[in-house]
Design a protein. Sequence first.
Length: 147
Amino acid sequence: MRGLLGALLLALAACGDSGPPAVSGAGQLRALRGQWVVVNYWAQWCKPCIQEIPELNALERQYDAVTVVGVNYDGATGDALQAQLKQLGVAFVTLASDPAAALGTTRPAVLPTTLIVDPDGQLQEILVGPQTLESLARAARQPAPTR
């Protein structure tokens, strides 16, 4: 396994399963093969991040060919992370570690930032600022969404 999938294997394997919306276990990797992966950096203090979460949830829900994963910018774990996920209504997997280096990029300096990774695990685009369902679908080369 190379690129993003290798990095996600390491990140996800360290997490364990704790129920939705949760940091997920390594079983999630099977769903990432051949998928577009949308990696979103968020923080509970970031108002644009909070506004963007329903768009990311909708992307995950509407497109079978796309998997959304989050990275908590502040590195929250355990109960603190679970409380934030619940409070913000995050319905997608949150990684235990930052995959930026494995993707050949640096940790973002601006939030929200979203990395678009193709089905071969290659970073295709970096989106800075809040995104809509439409802009996310377009970046992941998906048809226009239905609302």
